[in-house]
Design a protein around this ligand. Structure first.
Ligand code: ADP
Ligand code: MG
Length: 701
């Protein structure tokens, strides 16, 4: 049960005054929720300001700088309504102070309202932007107008919040102000020494400070109140992951002893020998599986780094121990592809492999389900259909989840929820920086495939200003005459960019004029069959220079292409450049990648391109990308299971994440059921950050 203390914060957001049905949709959009029904008051309190308006400048009317926000105290002299019948003319109210006269200017204003607000001879305080015109100052629609006796109603410093179209800043601020008094005095869940060392105030004070910045330093991500809230967010995340993990681990793993009886012959029949990092990863996995604790391991490796072989070798260990293994792919097509590859690779061992997807129907499905329950099937490959209730395993010892580019923990949790507890290996091709792994998976064990399979030559990467495109074309002429093959990639051009960027069509026309028939074109707007034809011609060598958009980013395999030119490289993300570059360097010939950029480059832009020049290590590139761009952009649009932090930033608060991880481990060790006084407070923290699913684990355990 959520502590009653939090009830006022978890009341529906529209219980705050002024949030009606129309504004409701806007708030839901602002807070990233489905509908207003999902929004709680606490969500608004987590909505942090990004800047502030400073109204402390009070220079006097005559000394007010053009265009700046000032606060003026003056006496109202006279009202000047628009002439009758000229309601499009402004209504003016003149006030003066010791230095001069100011015209307060209103369009389509109601006269009696203004007479009430600004009575003649009254001393008033107004605040807003001053504009000078013909030597006279005016203030159009002041942000604030109060009588001098009510000065306290005029905030001299105001937070400014991220908005969404249609929602007014003033209304948003009002509803946040209405929400803040609902903050209770929270029990303290921080370790005392840490709070002292970091100068952390109470949570309530930190929330209040978040919404009451006094100057720019308070808005800094390193401001103490922001750091405390970020720490809380990390701690809630790490603690909930640790609780889930503790629960998973409580279900003891069944020790699996690999004998090599099956993997031996398979290994001997492989047309290649395993790379050092493949061997190391297999050793990591086998060691985990041999223990009594359940394995939970993440295998990271670039596309083409050979994760499938690692999966097979370790699944064979489960079969050698008399059990079953499953491999789950994200899509039907990938599942069937895996089935074809693995059946061939595993043939020398004579193991029984089946494939089960949503498309497997009728008699065939029945037969496969029978074979799985009897234990005849030793390895099953499929989609999430593998974990439907109708599938009953005879002795499932290991599960491999091939997440490809997805990155989520949901499937993993679902598996456990079903009461199955096999050793678990999650494979991903997205090079995920350590900090993100930590944030999303907690303290998960990680193996990396950092080596490329043997025979691949390093790619020489150079950066060249597009003013030297002519030289590159000359070099291409030589290369093509030697029979080499090249890609020329252009960015996708949006309408608004047309004048600035070379489109793929234009580039194709220019290069065709140079090299004639040898040039081909492929882009996303072409039909599938058209694309296939062009690609085939490129493979066969009828086309030797392929002009393309990023459609060639994935899955294209032309091993004898050795030159990659990327135009407007400054436009691409680092990870994408890395993927594109990976299209060459696949054969035995040395390859080159030319990054053409349009100068001048920003400092950041230069740094990004030089990373690619310096390394081919996808992990390093991802880490650097994170540093230079921020995690939000790196992950692209919000993906399921990606950690969405409201206050914390992995870049700015990475040091705190590390402390939170250790803190969570310490807590779980001392107080695994969260029953101590601090434990109780930590439960409140978990609820506050909507990590209740972890508490369910706690109760069930
Ligand atoms: P991914 O990590 O993208 O899943 P795959 O497992 O599909 O990569 O392997 C990519 C290709 O490399 C496959 O054709 C595979 O047979 C081959 N391969 C895997 N390991 C090696 C190796 N050690 N040496 C040479 N080729 C390998
Ligand atoms: Mg793969």
């Amino acid at each position: 049960m959520r502590p009653a203390l939090l009830d006022p914060l978890f009341a529906p957001l529209n219980s705050l005054p002024g949030i009606g049905p129309k504004a409701g949709d806007l708030y839901a959009r602002l807070l990233g929720r489905e509908s207003i029904e999902d929004c709680r008051v606490i969500d608004l309190i987590f909505h942090a300001p990004h800047s502030l308006i400073d109204r402390r400048q009070q220079p006097g009317i005559a000394l007010s700088p053009q265009g700046s926000i000032v606060t003026i105290t003056g006496r109202v002299d006279r009202h000047q309504p628009p002439p009758p019948g000229r309601s499009n003319q402004p209504y003016r109210v003149f006030i003066h102070d010791d230095t001069g006269e100011l015209a307060l200017t209103f369009f389509r204003a109601k006269g009696n309202w203004l007479e009430k607000a600004l009575p003649v001879n009254e001393t008033v305080i107004v605040s807003g932007k001053v504009d000078w015109f013909n030597g006279r100052p005016s203030m159009v629609h002041p942000d604030y107008m109060v009588r001098a006796s009510e000065a306290e109603n005029l905030p001299l410093v105001e937070p400014v919040y991220p908005l969404t179209a249609g929602l007014s800043a003033r209304i948003l601020r009002k509803s946040i102000e209405a929400g803040l008094p609902r903050l209770p005095d929270f029990p303290e869940w921080l370790d005392e020494a840490l709070a002292r060392q970091q100068s952390f105030n109470s949570v309530r004070d930190c929330f209040l400070a978040l919404h009451d910045p006094r100057d720019a330093t308070d808005l800094d991500l390193q401001a103490p109140s922001r750091r405390r809230l970020a720490y809380d967010e990390f701690l809630a995340g790490q603690l909930s992951l640790a609780l889930v993990r503790q629960r998973l681990r409580k279900v003891a793993g069944i020790p699996v002893k690999a004998t090599g009886a099956l993997s031996g012959p398979v290994l001997a029949a492989l047309p290649f020998s395993l790379t050092g990092s493949q061997q190391a990863a297999i050793a990591d996995v086998l060691k985990d599986m041999a223990g009594t604790e359940r394995m939970l391991r993440l295998l990271q490796g670039d596309v083409g780094s050979g994760k499938t072989a690692v999966a097979l070798m370790t699944m064979l260990a489960a079969v050698e121990a008399g059990g079953q293994a499953v491999l789950m792919a994200p899509t039907e097509i990938l599942a069937r592809q895996h089935f074809a590859t693995l059946s061939k690779m595993a043939a020398p061992a004579g193991v029984n492999i089946d494939v089960l997807t949503g498309r497997t129907k009728g008699k065939e499905r029945e037969a496969i389900l029978d074979r799985i329950v009897s234990g005849e099937t030793q390895i099953v490959i499929g989609t999430h259909a593998l974990f439907q209730d109708t599938v009953v395993y005879s002795n499932l010892l290991m599960a491999v989840v091939d997440e490809q580019h997805r990155f989520g923990v949901h499937q993993r949790l679902r598996l456990t929820a079903k009461g199955i507890s096999p050793h678990m290996l999650v494979m991903t091709a997205t090079p995920i920086p350590r900090t993100l792994v930590l944030a999303a998976f907690g303290d998960m064990d990680v193996s990396k495939l950092t080596e490329k399979p043997a025979g691949r030559k390093p790619i020489q990467t150079v950066t060249v200003s597009n003013e030297r495109t002519g030289e590159i074309v000359d070099r291409l002429r030589t290369a093509l005459s030697e029979g080499k093959k090249a890609y020329w990639i252009c960015p996708l051009v949006e309408e608004s960019d047309v004048s600035e960027l070379m489109s793929v069509d234009e580039r194709f026309a220019i290069l065709s004029a140079e090299f004639g028939e040898a040039v081909g074109l492929v882009h996303g707007r072409m039909k599938g069959t058209e694309k296939d034809e062009v690609m085939l011609a490129f493979k066969k060598g009828e086309i030797r220079l392929l002009v393309a958009t990023t459609v060639v980013e994935v899955g294209v395999d032309v091993p004898d292409a050795t030159i990659m030119v990327i135009e407007h490289a400054e436009r691409f993300g680092l990870a994408q450049l890395h993927q594109l570059r990976g299209r060459v360097g696949r054969g035995s010939e040395a390859s080159t990648c030319i990054l053409l950029y349009k100068g001048p480059l920003s400092e950041n832009g230069r740094a990004r391109l030089s990373i690619l020049r310096e390394t081919e290590d996808g992990f390093l590139i991802a880490e650097e990308d994170l540093k230079l761009r921020g995690e939000g952009e790196l992950l692209g649009t919000r993906q399921s299971g990606t950690p969405g932090f409201r206050i914390a930033s992995l870049e700015a608060h990475g040091d705190l994440l590390e402390i939170a991880r250790k803190d969570a481990a310490y807590i779980i060790e001392r107080d695994p059921d969260l029953t101590s006084e601090r434990g109780e407070a930590l439960r409140t923290l978990l609820y506050l950050h909507r990590r209740d699913e972890a508490i369910r684990f706690l109760r069930a355990g």
